[in-house]
Design a protein around this ligand. Structure first.
Ligand code: SF4
Length: 392
């Protein structure tokens, strides 16, 4: 069995106005003990899985956050070394042993944290993919969102990463930031296409009520520019325009929020949408072994204490019921533009979904092509409504 490994690094330099993740701005002194705790958790988990170890191998690793690029390169290297020491890696055909380099190893990085020294150290440590949180090429939008980097830092980061030797770079943009207008959005897409990353993600801003931006949109105020958030229709237009321009640029749109050049899809993220197993390490990290889902405690200090005391940081362990698994198949599977195999799902879950699907197909929201069921490509911006109908 192959599985993915996710490493959560819940630290950021500042809190973005739209963010309500369990991440925090903490003293740098807490980074090193945290990285050491992750190494210990990896070793403890591998020891507890000893009997299954011969049958499993890791083929994707993803360091997300937070801002994992804030950790010193040596701390990131130590975590990868702990993975090498404790887990097996996918073995390519006709090769006796395999190393970490055969896996897809991603590091999320913020543009302003990247230097050539760091990029070279990351590559030497075993990272072969960088996911760059650019979000926008407009300084006005970046500033209002509380981001530390500016447009110039994105260009500098992309150059440094290419010069260091990275051949697999992903860049994120957000449609719907405060002050975003048609012109500034088109300019962001133009610059993205100019850098030509192998992979890119576009997220439509959903305002979380717990974020500073969300609170301001409810209570009023000017500090975070909540009144300058574009209307939903405009955000949908930005997204649709990007879909057209990225297709013209040779990118395959393979998931609602994700595009890739041929053969450059995110192998790690595909595991989530295809319900394949993955193990998460670090504070708040989630895991799924194919049967059960669980997560670690969110508080990073509490997480480190658990690991240092030898107690389990796991909480919220639940066995996925057949009804929940079916919901996940639909909700996660339909995010992929290739859709899902309706016949297989009906067979595996002993259900007939045709009745639920018929009205959605009539409204042109979903398409059935043989046994494939997929979201209509011109209605992706209303995917949430489809999911509500389908799962309701
Ligand atoms: S960098 Fe990411 S995780 Fe950190 S505050 Fe900003 S949006 Fe949240």
């Amino acid at each position: 069995m192959k599985f993915g490994v996710y490493i959560q690094v819940p630290f950021c330099q500042t809190k973005c106005t739209y963010c309500n993740f369990h991440t925090g701005v903490v003293s740098r002194e807490r980074y090193e003990p945290y990285a050491a705790a992750v190494c210990r958790e990896l070793a403890q988990t591998a020891a507890s899985m000893a009997s299954e170890m011969r049958e499993v191998s890791v083929d994707t690793i993803y360091f997300g956050g937070g801002t994992p690029s804030l950790l010193e390169p040596v701390a990131l290297k130590n975590i990868l070394q702990s993975l090498r020491d404790n887990f097996c890696f996918e073995r390519p055909a006709r090769q006796e042993s395999a190393g970490i380099n055969e896996a897809e190893v991603t590091l999320e990085a913020d543009p302003e944290t990247i230097t050539s020294e760091k990029a070279e150290a990351w590559l030497r440590a075993g990272f072969n993919r960088i996911s760059l949180g650019a979000q926008s090429f407009s300084d006005t939008e970046l500033q209002a969102a509380g981001r530390m980097h500016r447009r110039v830092d994105i260009f500098a980061a992309a150059t440094v990463l290419r010069e260091a030797g990275f051949r697999n770079i992903s860049i994120d943009l957000i449609a719907g930031l405060a002050h975003q207008a048609r012109e500034s959005w088109e300019e962001s897409v133009t610059q993205l296409l100019r850098i030509r990353p192998e992979h890119l993600s576009i997220y439509m801003l959903e305002i979380d009520e717990g974020s500073r931006l969300g609170k301001e949109s409810l209570a009023g105020g000017k500090r975070y520019s909540a009144a300058e958030i574009p209307a939903d229709d405009s955000i949908a237009e930005f997204y649709d325009s990007a879909c057209r321009r990225l297709a013209d640029g040779g990118y395959e749109h393979y998931e609602i929020s994700n595009w890739a050049l041929p053969d450059m899809r995110s192998r790690h993220n595909l595991k989530y949408w295809q319900r394949q197993p993955y193990l998460g390490f670090g504070a708040g990290a989630h895991s799924f072994d194919g049967v059960k889902r669980w997560s670690n405690v969110h508080d990073s200090a509490q997480y480190v204490t658990c690991i240092e005391q030898g107690t389990s940081p796991r909480e919220q362990i639940e066995t996925v019921t057949s009804a929940q698994a079916l919901e996940e198949e639909l909700f996660l599977g339909l995010r992929q533009l290739e859709g899902i195999d309706l016949e297989r799902i009906e067979r595996d879950y002993h259900v007939n979904l045709r009745k639920r699907i018929a009205p959605l197909a009539q409204q042109g929201l979903i398409e059935i092509d043989g046994t494939r069921l997929r979201l209509a490509t011109d209605r992706l911006t209303v995917s949430n409504e489809v999911f509500v109908e389908l799962l309701g």
